[in-house]
Design a protein around this ligand. Structure first.
Ligand SMILES: [Zn+2]
Length: 429
């Protein structure tokens, strides 16, 4: 569970304890490496949008999109002749440019297309013929296509760093349920309006860098798979600096069961999506102070490289300084664990939780609603900590992310309002 050069976990130095915690969390959340630091200047937020306006052929008779995992039901995605934006799986430079709209479509048969037009009630017959001709000149479809309603995916930001989060919006006129997968991990979505689903997705600290696909599957009311499409996001390396830690003193070994509970409370026990997002703007700092540790940093302990990474954002402050809620939510856990000491966990909705650790005092009870600025408790030095500080964590459906992203404008955007029908018609022109 921990580096063999550390023969066992010790309770007396926060750093050594961190070695143990990191090793175990790494095994729990997904092992891996990666390094490097978040750029000092964040790029402007970008979005990637994929709109499937017409048809997709059956999944067994089509090509595999470049960035789509092999095990997914496949579909053929063709770029619209009128679109200059890149399709899913394009190079990072192209995707990063700005708001993008990628249209994926295939040619319907005349009869089916006519049915589609009737359903949309927005296209003159003359345009239908011209549109068909244009599509026929550029697109080849092997099997007889099947007309399907509009289906759009938007990811924002479309370019982000390992350990940051994005918002995924799915618009579909036909789905009863929607599933999203990225890097082999599935994410729960919230239906925020008829035909509209949304969620926040964490890019794990150890995710592969480069262009990756968010694959969205639509399901019918009876559970049958309907169709899928993917949107690409560009994952940049987390460049947190290596933190060198010097250990001192001795201690007693931690009970592995206590350590496992520490991990479970912070990660796996609080992953459910309890409802829509509770926040409606940037979060505020829970305490002012010197930043003594950043999310994603790898650490050496007496020169020995630890597994995993730092899962939170450390702010040193005076013992007893108040810690406040950075965003609205409900307190779902208060108590003490072996490594991180006394803590509070808040559910912010949408599967987003935040944790506050090494506290000296808890000022809230489980079940309490909190607003930004509400007093949660005080700075302390409990658990394996070498000085008074707050270890602040943000966990999304069980995956830890950098809390700092939530303070700024590059945080994931909130759900959009319900899609209006005029906008839908525009995309068909
Ligand atoms: Zn920390």
């Amino acid at each position: 569970m921990h580096n063999c050069r550390h023969r066992r976990p010790w309770l007396s130095g926060r750093l050594l304890v961190s070695v143990l915690a990191l090793a175990i969390v790494s095994a729990t959340v997904g092992a891996g490496a990666a390094l490097l630091l978040r750029p000092a200047n964040e790029p402007a937020q970008t979005s990637s949008r994929v709109t499937v306006v017409a048809t997709t052929p059956p999944p067994d008779a089509s090509e595999q999109p470049q960035a789509q995992p092999a095990e997914r039901p496949s579909h053929k995605v063709e770029q619209s002749p009128t679109s200059s934006a890149p399709a899913a799986g394009t190079a990072p430079e192209e995707v990063a440019s700005q708001e993008q709209s990628t249209t994926a479509s295939t040619q319907p048969s005349a009869e089916q297309h006519a049915e589609s037009q009737e359903a949309e009630e927005s296209q003159p017959v003359e345009q239908t013929a011209a549109q068909q001709e244009q599509q026929a000149s550029d697109i080849e479809v092997d099997p007889p296509p099947e007309v399907q309603p509009r289906f759009a995916i938007t990811t924002t930001p479309a370019r982000l760093t390992q350990g940051e989060a994005l918002a995924l919006t799915v618009e579909s006129e036909q789905a009863s349920a929607v599933a999203a997968t990225i890097g082999g991990r599935s994410w729960n979505l919230i239906q925020t309006a008829p035909g509209l689903w949304w969620t926040v997705i964490a890019i794990p600290r150890d995710a592969d860098t480069g262009t990756t696909a968010v694959v969205v599957d639509l399901y019918a009311e009876d559970g049958d798979w309907l169709r899928s499409a993917s949107a690409s996001v560009v994952v940049l390396a987390n460049a947190a600096p290596l933190e060198e830690v010097t250990l001192g003193g001795t201690g007693t070994p931690a009970d592995p069961a206590d350590v496992a509970r520490d991990i479970a409370v912070r990660f796996s026990d609080h992953i459910s999506v309890s409802g829509p997002p509770r926040w409606n703007g940037p979060w505020i700092l829970p305490v002012e102070g010197e930043v003594t540790g950043v999310f994603g940093a790898q650490r050496t302990y007496d020169g020995v490289q630890a597994q995993g990474w730092h899962h939170g954002h450390d702010i040193a402050a005076q013992h007893g300084d108040p810690i406040v809620a950075p965003a609205p939510g409900t307190v779902v856990w208060t108590g003490e664990v072996i490594l991180h000491g006394i803590g509070v966990i808040i559910d912010h909705g949408a599967g987003v939780y935040s944790g506050y650790w090494h506290m000296s005092l808890i000022a809230v009870r489980e079940g309490m609603d909190v607003a930004p600025g509400d007093w949660l408790g005080n700075i302390g030095n409990t658990g394996l900590s070498t000085g008074p500080h707050l270890h602040w964590e943000v966990i999304i459906q069980g995956v830890d992310v950098d809390p700092v992203q939530w303070l700024g404008d590059d945080r994931p955007p909130l759900p959009p309002v319900a899609p209006d029908s005029e906008q839908t018609a525009d995309t068909l022109d």
